[in-house]
Design a protein around this ligand. Structure first.
Ligand code: ZN
Length: 65
């Protein structure tokens, strides 16, 4: 993931907590900025449209609509 402060393209994950959502503690080796990201199941109309296009290509992502 790109550093939100200095835009460096190479950053590191220091710790990951896996549950119903995944929390990652990240750090930029260039400017030492630390931040947290969250990964969770997604839904919503905009996303459903996006997934529809993937499904038309023969993929099934199982996203709620
Ligand atoms: Zn940075």
């Amino acid at each position: 993931m790109i550093c939100p402060r200095c835009l460096a393209e190479v950053t590191t994950v220091k710790k990951t907590i896996k549950s119903f959502k995944v929390i990652r503690f990240r750090k930029c080796p260039k400017c030492n900025y630390k931040w947290i990201t969250e990964e969770k199941p997604a839904s919503g109309r905009e996303l459903a449209e996006y997934v529809k296009r993937f499904e038309e290509d023969g993929e099934d992502y199982g996203v709620r609509k």
